[in-house]
Write a protein that binds this ligand. Structure first.
Ligand code: SF4
Length: 193
């Protein structure tokens, strides 16, 4: 992703929901722990999905459709940017698709991240985006998420909180329990865990 001191990576939204310390470690301390095996596996899985999903695209907007994978978007008004797994759009409408390896019902952090991508893509490509789709597992489970105003406001509040945290010198407080910490790449930096 292009480096930017002003734009917040959209991935920080999901990471903040997991634990507010993670975006702080990344942006303020610039800590980049060695990649864990499960992260490497996750990247390989993601790349395999691009080919698989070509056959299973939801017909949700009118042809002709342009399909982009690993699609870069930025929104200068919200101050966010990132790469969408897949973006389908025509002249007036777009649909954001995110690939997730789990098969469970969408959780709040997944909805927030999807909505942030939709908000950025809408501005970047100047198209209307009413909903996004979470393709779960190997694409057999599709969850349509309506990008409604309530969700957008919650995303804006999270962006604001992440920015506030990033402006402070002290480590953000975290309510993360052991079940989260044991799977966290940043555990070595959290001396209180
Ligand atoms: S180890 Fe726990 S408290 Fe520390 S960053 Fe990870 S999830 Fe947060």
């Amino acid at each position: 992703m292009p480096f930017s001191e002003d734009l917040l990576p959209i991935s920080y939204i999901r990471q903040h929901c997991f634990c507010p310390r993670i975006p702080w470690y990344k942006s303020v301390m610039q800590f980049e722990p060695p990649e864990q095996a499960w992260v490497t596996q996750g990247k390989a899985w993601h790349s395999a999905q691009e080919q698989l999903h070509k056959q299973r695209l939801p017909q949700s907007i009118d042809e002709p459709i342009i399909r982009k994978t690993n699609c870069y978007v930025k929104d200068l008004t919200l101050g966010i940017h990132g790469y969408i797994d897949e973006f389908n759009y025509n002249q007036t409408q777009g649909v954001v698709l995110e690939y997730k390896s789990d098969m469970a019902k969408p959780v709040a952090s997944q909805k927030y991240q999807l909505s942030a991508y939709a908000m950025a893509a809408s501005r970047h490509f100047n198209v209307k985006i009413d909903y996004g789709i979470l393709l779960k597992g190997s694409g057999y489970k599709q969850f349509r998420i309506k990008v409604e105003n309530k969700l957008k406001l919650e995303v804006i509040n999270i962006i604001d909180t992440v920015r506030q945290n990033m402006s402070k010198a002290s480590l953000p407080t975290s309510s993360a329990q052991e079940s989260k910490c044991v799977q966290c790449e940043y555990l070595r930096y959290c001396n209180d865990r």
